[in-house]
Design a protein around this ligand. Sequence first.
Ligand code: ADP
Ligand code: MG
Length: 571
Amino acid sequence: MKDLWRLLRLFRPYAGWIALGILLSLATLIANIALMAVSGWFVASMAIAGTAGVSMNYFTPAAIIRACAIVRTGGRYGERLVTHEATLRLLSGLRVWLYEHLEPLAPSGLQRYRSGDLLSRIRADIDTLDNFYLRVLAPTVTAVLGGLACGLFLLADDSRLALILAAFLVLAGIGLPWLVRILGDASGRRVVSLKSDVRAATVDGVQGLAELQAYGAAGAQAAKIAGLSRQLAREQQRLSGITGLSQGALAMSANLAMWLIVWTAIPLVRDGAIAPPELAMLALYTLAAFEAVMPLPAAFQALGETQAAARRILEIADAESQVKEPKNPAALPQGFGITLTGVHFTYPEADRPALAGIDLDFPEGKKVALIGPTGSGKTTLVNLLLRFWAPERGHITLGGDDIAKLRGEDVRRCIAVVSQHTHLFTGTIRDNLRLAKPEASQDELEQACRAAELHDFILAQPDGYETQVGEAGLALSGGQARRLTTARALLKDAPILVLDEPTEGLDNPTAKALMRTLATLMTERSVLLVTHRAEGLADMDEILVLERGRITARGDHRHLLDSLPAYRVPN
Ligand code: ADP
Ligand code: MG
């Protein structure tokens, strides 16, 4: 329940829309009950007047009936309009809210989640949450207020009649939903987690299709998805069975209540306590009153799903990034020299440290290379510099200030990265470039692409800079994609350039050509080149050899060639 209260607090900005929707649905409900009751009374009165041969005023009741019908129809229309408007506002508000919580978590706080699972939380769980208003909150409030009004109205007539109606309304509105909830709770929970599993398995299956086929595992993945889907269908079938049962039980209690009320009212008519036409009115009134509680079993059933979704969403909102942003961030320092002193770092759940006591001085304008075998901690060091992760011990300074005192965003503004992982967004080449500098002019874009030696390739495309790339467009080759990231890094024009295995995965000639391009960019900047290739090492001011999280040798190219036999390996 605590989760739902927190959810309600998120709904606060939309309280006006929410209340208006509930008000309209209450008006519709009451208009419908009044319509049924007055019609019953009217038809019975007319029949009695007819047989007795007396005339009666039928203008007033006819007008009331018409008014009720208009309010009911208009109310229903308005209610749909308003509740949907409220839902859409809620949904977009919740998405933005979730995204705002996700963003500072990346990447350290998100590594526990699979991408399919995250997608599912952003899309499906948020969608489920809109049920909370449409299917849970609005019907429940309407039912409680409407039911109370119905009971009070009968109380004016006769307390026994009011008691019977109240008892059956409580039975159908609370007892039945409660039963449905008990029967469907476990299934509801399983449906939410199964839906997420199916989505995650499907996303994995599509994204990893090439791998799955290469290893002949596509069939197994398909079987896994089919198995999960079958389980999901079974749970949904169970939920549908429970829904059907509850609807039958609801109709039965409405009819039972009607018969009991008529049966109790007959002696009252005989005694003259109530007029004969009121009997027909009571019967229809009772039946119509149950409309108030009709959505409640479904509401309680949705409650299970909603709670599970709320918990999953709030779990992300509560997740903490491993990197703590400072409360009062310091201003960016003037210089851009970097030092690391005694830096230790271990990934969560890893059994050995990725970095174990790194001391490093990286003065402004210097070119430093970091070499070492795969898994030695090179990328980890880059991630610590970028403040994607924070060291568990030791300090990193930028321009003499501890970067823990700076905002991550500010630190990253000083560093441009070209790495082995390039994500191209679905969009044009121009969009992908502008990521680094949204206000960049066409001239600036072209200048960066010329320097990255990508301009001619872009011009050769029919749409030039408007060429679609990424998932929905042109797939760039590894080298071209790397050149695009290089152009991006140039546009960013940061004083520190970090190249994390920029030629990884490229064939030799492509790699050599790219390194030549990069070398021209290294002038006038501090450069940290992470590599396991020999190219460019001779031009570096200092080379650090990293092994299992420790710096095991350092010096310039010549010095290492002379002193360290193992150093020849990259050649
Ligand atoms: P390199 O870039 O030198 O190849 P990394 O810095 O990527 O090495 O990795 C150093 C060590 O940390 C490796 O043992 C690797 O398995 C581990 N590691 C890297 N990234 C993560 C992560 N996100 N979570 C847990 N362990 C990681
Ligand atoms: Mg790496």
